[in-house]
Design a protein around this ligand. Structure first.
Ligand code: UTP
Length: 299
């Protein structure tokens, strides 16, 4: 029988250099998608998948993330006194219950693999999920929920994959897999392959279910691409010991760690809200017309 997935790690200790200077003093994970910080959407996905305990790996300059998930008594009282009880209720309802989230410091940003390893004692000897907080996913069913269902059925490790343009494959962790009666089984993984050498255009899109044996492998993992301890490199070694299944996510993913992804996510989420959609529609049309004009006069 497979163990239930009860815990999730959200590694959030990276520098967020692609979003500088916005991330010089504000954690990337707290940049907004409309009126909620990015990390809210990720924590929500975890709880929707049945996760009971979320471990957020943070670092220096990231303490505001802890404050975000805390009760804000003064704010609550002020909102209620000024007749904004509904807003206060909404904020209180979105604050996770006591003990549902804990925080661990990575101390030194040595890579995603190292960040996951940092949380090993909080996870213990059970399978767990990892959600990258900059990858915001939307679809008919939350990505992690589908992956948990797959794990409940078949066990092993599961990684979410999506397809990118072949010329973009060098930017990602790339997987190749083979079809089996139980679904796609991963046969190869490579982190940021040199341009033109990627074995496929399927990239690891930021959600994992892993068995606890990964921690021992991460402990002795040498730094790889970018001089960082790469989770993908440890997964290559895990693949020799245990099955790693690929779950092909069919929704939409926004890489909110980069400007184009964050702006697109803001647009998509705002347009999904009737109270914002109408005003935004005109604004988007006007901006697009201006861009076309500017391009024409530059040509
Ligand atoms: P990224 O590769 O996106 O790194 O890490 P980053 O620092 O956040 O962003 P850029 O590339 O400099 O713009 C993937 C995830 O792993 C976490 C990041 O916070 C991000 O969620 N991470 C990365 C850590 O927690 N610790 C690390 O040492 C490195």
């Amino acid at each position: 029988m497979t163990s239930r997935i009860r815990k999730a790690i959200i590694p959030a200790a990276g520098f967020g250099t692609r979003m500088l200077p916005a991330t010089k003093s504000v954690p990337k994970e707290l940049l907004p998608i409309v009126d909620r910080p990015i990390i809210d959407y990720i924590v929500e996905e975890a709880f929707e998948a049945g996760i009971e305990h979320v471990v957020i790996v943070t670092g220096r300059m990231k303490t505001a993330i802890e404050d975000h998930f805390d009760r804000a008594f003064e704010l609550d009282a002020t909102l209620r006194e000024s007749g904004k009880g509904k807003l206060a209720d909404r904020i209180a309802a979105s604050t996770p219950s006591v003990g549902a989230i804990s925080f661990i410091r990575q101390q030194e940003a040595r890579g995603l693999g190292h960040a996951v390893w940092t949380a090993r004692h909080a996870i213990g000897e059970e399978p767990f999920a990892v959600l990258l907080p900059d990858m915001v996913m939307t679809g008919a069913e939350p990505c992690l929920k589908s992956m948990v269902a797959l794990h409940d059925r078949l066990g092993g490790n599961v990684i979410a994959v999506e397809r990118c343009a072949p010329e973009d494959a060098h930017k990602f962790g790339i997987v190749s897999f083979t079809q089996t009666p139980e679904g796609p089984l991963v046969t190869g993984l490579v982190e940021k392959p040199a341009p033109g050498t990627a074995p496929s255009n399927c990239y690891i899109s930021g959600r994992y279910i892993l068995q606890p044996e990964i921690f021992g492998l991460l402990e002795e993992q040498e730094p790889g691409a970018g001089g960082e301890v790469q989770l993908t490199d440890a997964l290559v070694r895990l693949m020799a010991m245990q099955p790693i299944r690929a779950f092909e996510f069919r929704g939409r993913t926004f890489d909110c760690g980069a400007p184009a992804g964050l702006v697109s996510a803001n647009l998509a989420f705002a347009m999904a809200r009737p109270e914002l959609a109408e005003a935004l529609h005109d604004e988007v049309q006007a901006a697009a017309a201006l861009a076309i004009e500017a391009r024409a006069s530059a040509a």
